[in-house]
Design a protein around this ligand. Sequence first.
Ligand code: ADP
Length: 500
Amino acid sequence: MTLYPDQLISPATRAFLARPKRMLIGAEWSAAVSGETLAVLDPATGQAFATVPAGGAADIDRAVAAARRAFESGEWPKMRPVDRERLLLKFADLIEANAQELAEIEALDNGKPVMMARHVDVALVVDFLRYMAGWATKIEGSTMDVSVPLMRDRELFGFTRREPVGVVGAIIPWNFPLLMAAWKVGPALTSGCTMVLKPAEETPLTALRFAELALEAGYPAGVLNVVTGHGDTAGAALASHKGIEKVAFTGSTEIGKLVGKAAIDNMTRVSLELGGKSPVIVLDDADPAMAAAGAAQAIFFNQGQVCTAGSRLFIHKSRFEKVVEGLSGIAASMKLGPGIDPSTQIGPLVSAVQQQRVLGYIESGLAEGARAATGGGAGGEAGYFVKPTVLVNAHDAMKVVREEIFGPVVVAMPYEDLDEVAHRANDTPYGLAASIWSNDLTRVHRLIPKIKAGTVWVNCHNILDNAMPFGGYKQSGIGREMGRAVLDMYTESKSVIMAL
Ligand code: ADP
């Protein structure tokens, strides 16, 4: 970290980076049983700046055992809901108090602009944990009048209870490391579960700081365990572990299917939040400048490494040139740089692998006849940068239109009428999100039910709210996160019938 001027990295972040990195298993900070480690690279330079344990199956076993002990004995299972609420609020307060440090670690680890990390990622984490804390005291069942034919002369009483599902294994991706951790940790801890969290190998650092703050907040040992390590070892061991009751996964559809199969073999409850190829649909009444700015935000936010990224831009043919011109102008003007520099608008992609994948997609689009209106290649001298790219001259069968790119690359295509665009927008295996740009309420309302996606935005994109369920149709996943709906994913329903 000697590359960056002192003022860009606060003393708290430097102190965190200087501490040896250990996994949290039970009450202990420990190395991997194998002694193996993995290097954490700065995506803006490609240089290693931290080392974390490379946990494996043996470490997952230890962490699951610690989570099991905490779930079944000690103070956690006896803790009153109001005390779980208080604890989660305290955890949120600590994250807020350390927001700048967490944002800097996230920016260094993932490459994302530090201002975004602070005012989007960390801000959303704090709000979400506070929102989830309130649910601890509001998890409820119902009472029923029971009718049983053969017991006419007995008085019967029925009710349901919701109980914490048990030990949760959470596997999260590298694009929003802290936020994706919070989306799992919030509902697990508010509903009384215990958990083992495995961050992505590319971005393990904020999860470790998160774990320190959880201990500081006062969570009993074993309630939250963090195992760093690779996906095909630690991740696979967690997904297939017989000692857990639920797997919560966010990541690619390809790995999500493996995780889902491993979970179903043990009948482990599973929620999957997977990939997307979200359409942005600009109607003929939309203001071209507003649509261009919206489309830029939809695809370039977080370097396009967003499962809801608006990567297919359908523009009514009457607006096509204007919107593409506006979008390309914005793309060309965005400042590339390291995430830790507050003036950066587009950071590097997370890894060399991701950069090569995205560049490969751009090349395939160009080879199939698309043209880059702007961008179209790598950026910067070192690090994993890709220039914000707008592809035109594309058609629906191209790989760049069909597959998730997960980078700052949008394909803009004209359309003529609403039925046509609804059909083309749905012509994808994914169904995570979509946005519609128009002030024509009637046509917008007609389009919304036709779009097969878990979230539809109107005149905005990538806007999330804690109270709104989030998840995918089709191959974008199973289950919902956030909102009241997430509680169903972390609790079991128990029906009780009493003969009085
Ligand atoms: P991406 O393609 O965006 O890197 P992945 O789906 O590969 O996303 O990774 C998301 C998370 O899944 C990461 O924490 C990763 O370590 C983990 N993972 C990768 N492979 C496996 C696997 N075979 N089993 C379980 N988890 C895995």
